[in-house]
Ligand binder design. Structure first.
Ligand code: NDP
Ligand code: HSE
Length: 420
C-alpha cells in the first residue's frame, strides 16, 4: 500500500482535528487515495504536553531542523503567525514537498510568493482551511465557479466575532465573557485582537480577492473596523428596525476598482446571511452567470477546520491543480468609498423640537433619512437613532461633525453600515 509521508508543523486545535478526522474516516479515505497517511514528524513547542490525539510519542520534535524534508510528501503547517511559518513552508516547497496550510495571515501577506515558489518547484500549496474553516470556499471559487466572473462577495468570515455577536444578541452576555468562551472553544486566534478588530476577516478577504476577483491586494489596504464598540443598545435598536448586526466582509469589483472592507453592518433579518449564528460562517457570492450562491458551515473549531486541512491533503494525493487564479488586473485600485445606508445612534438633550432640528440639518446637508427611532428615558438626555439613505461614508462623517457642533447633540455613539 502506498504510504504518503506527512510532516505536521503544529498540533494544537486544528492539528488535532486533522489527525482525529483521519482516524475517524480512515477506511474510506485510504480507499479514495489508494494508500494511507503516515505521520512521520510533528513539530511543536512543548514535546511533552498532553494532546487529544492518537500519535506515537516518537514523532514529536521541537526543532524544525530535525525534520528531513527530503523524505516527506506533504508538509501541513498549523502553527500560525508569519515569520517561522513562512520560513518553514518556503523550505518545504524548495525541498519538493507539497504544502497545506490553514494560515490566513500568511496566505494574505505572502501567498503569491509561496504559490510562485510552489510552481517553480512543481509542487502544490493548498489553503482551504484559511478561509471559512470547514466550508469549501477556496475550491468552490477556483473550481466549481470557474465559468463565472465573480462580481460581489458578502461574508461572515470570522467565527469568534460571530459567536460573540450571537451570544450578545440571544443571551445578552457581555463582550468580555463571550470572548473568553470563544477562546476556550478554540475558535479565537492565539492573540484574539485580530479576530476582534477585523484583521482576521480582512486577511481572509485579501485571499478571496485573489480567488474571486483575480486581484492581489495588500491586506493592510483593506479598511477594517472591529466589533468592540458594538453595544447591546445598538443590537436592540437594530432588531427594532428589522436588522441583525454582523461583522461583514464586503468585496465588489468594477472595471476601475475593487471595493474591499470589513465592518460591523446591519443586515435585514430576512437576508439569508442574517440567520448565520454562533461560530458558523457564510459567504454570499454573486456570479455574472450563476447568480447568487451562499456557502454556509462552521468557520472555526477543531474538527471542521481539520476536515478542510485533510481534504487538501487528499486533493494533493489525487494531484489536483494549484490555485494561482487570474492575477492580471494590475491597474485596479483598492478603495473604500463606503457608499451605503447607515445606522446612526446619537445621545441628545431631551427637549421638544430637537428631533426636528436634527432631521432638518440632515436634510439641508443632503442626507435623506429612511427611519427614525426616539425612545424617551425620562431623564435630561435621550437616544436618537436614524437610518439614512445611501451616502458616502466621508460625506456622512462631515455632516455628523457639523451637526455635533449644536449644543443639543451630546455625542454620536455609533455609525454602522446597513447592507442589503
Ligand atoms: P493553536 O495555538 O491551538 O496551535 C498551534 C500549534 O503550533 C501548537 O501545537 C504549538 O505548539 C505549535 N507552535 C506554535 N508556534 C510554534 C513554533 N514557533 N514552533 C513550533 N511549534 C509551534 O492554533 P490553532 O490550531 O488554533 O491554529 C493553527 C492555524 O490554523 C493558525 O494559522 C490559525 O489561524 C488557523 N486556523 C485556526 C482555526 C481554529 O478554529 N482554531 C480555524 C481556521 C484556521 P505547543 O502545542 O507545543 O504550544
Ligand atoms: N479565529 C478564526 C475565527 C479561526 O474565529 O474565525 C478561523 O479562521
Amino acid at each position: 500500500m502506498r504510504k504518503y509521508r506527512i510532516g505536521i508543523l503544529g498540533m494544537g486545535t486544528v492539528g488535532q482535528g486533522f489527525i482525529n478526522n483521519y482516524h475517524l474516516n480512515k477506511e474510506e479515505i485510504d480507499y479514495k487515495i489508494g494508500g494511507e497517511l503516515d505521520f512521520v514528524n510533528v513539530l511543536v513547542r512543548n514535546t511533552v504536553k498532553k494532546r487529544d490525539v492518537n500519535l506515537d510519542k516518537k514523532v514529536y520534535t521541537n526543532q524544525f531542523d530535525n525534520i528531513n524534508l527530503k523524505e516527506l510528501d506533504v508538509v501541513v503547517e498549523l502553527i500560525g503567525g508569519v515569520s517561522s511559518a513562512f520560513e518553514y513552508i518556503k523550505k518545504a516547497l524548495e525541498n519538493g514537498c507539497h504544502v497545506v496550510t490553514a494560515n490566513k495571515e500568511l496566505m494574505a501577506k505572502k501567498g503569491i510568493e509561496l504559490i510562485k515558489t510552489a510552481r517553480e518547484n512543481e509542487v502544490l500549496i493548498r489553503y482551504e482551511a484559511s478561509v471559512g474553516g470547514g466550508i469549501p470556499i477556496i475550491s468552490t471559487l477556483n473550481d466549481s465557479l470557474s465559468s463565472n466572473k465573480i462580481e460581489r462577495l458578502m461574508g461572515i468570515l470570522n467565527g469568534t466575532t460571530n459567536y460573540i455577536l450571537t451570544k450578545m444578541t440571544k443571551e445578552k452576555m457581555s463582550f468580555k465573557d463571550v470572548l473568553k468562551e470563544a477562546q476556550e472553544l478554540g475558535f479565537a486566534e492565539a492573540d484574539p485582537t485580530s479576530d476582534v478588530n477585523g484583521s482576521d476577516a480582512a486577511y481572509k478577504l485579501a485571499i478571496l480577492s485573489k480567488d474571486a476577483f483575480g486581484i492581489i491586494v495588500n491586506p493592510e489596504d483593506i479598511s477594517r473596523e472591529g466589533i468592540r464598540n458594538i453595544s447591546l443598545e445598538d443590537i436592540e435598536y437594530g432588531q427594532e428596525l428589522g436588522y441583525k448586526i454582523k461583522l461583514l466582509a464586503l468585496g465588489e469589483k468594477s472595471n476601475e476598482h475593487v471595493e474591499l472592507s470589513v465592518q460591523p453592518a446591519l443586515i435585514p433579518v430576512e437576508h439569508p446571511i442574517a440567520s448565520v449564528n454562533y461560530e458558523f460562517n457564510a459567504l454570499f457570492i454573486e456570479g455574472n452567470v450563476v447568480g447568487e450562491i451562499m456557502l454556509y458551515g462552521k468557520g472555526a473549531g477543531s474538527m471542521p477546520t481539520g476536515s478542510a486541512v485533510l481534504t487538501d491533503v487528499i486533493d494533493i494525493t489525487r494531484k489536483k491543480n494549484d490555485y494561482i487564479g487570474t492575477c492580471s488586473a494590475k491597474d485596479i485600485v483598492v478603495n473604500n468609498i463606503g457608499r451605503s445606508a447607515y445606522y446612526v445612534r446619537m445621545e441628545v438633550v431631551d427637549l421638544p423640537g430637537v428631533l426636528g432640528k436634527i432631521a432638518v440639518s440632515f436634510g439641508e446637508q443632503g442626507v435623506s433619512l429612511d427611519s427614525v427611532v426616539q425612545r424617551a428615558r425620562g431623564g435630561k438626555h435621550a437616544p436618537l437613532v436614524f437610518i439614512t439613505h445611501e451616502i458616502d461614508r466621508a460625506t456622512l462623517n462631515a455632516v455628523l461633525e457639523s451637526i455635533q457642533k449644536n449644543n443639543y447633540v451630546l455625542e454620536v455613539m455609533s455609525i454602522i453600515r446597513v447592507v442589503n
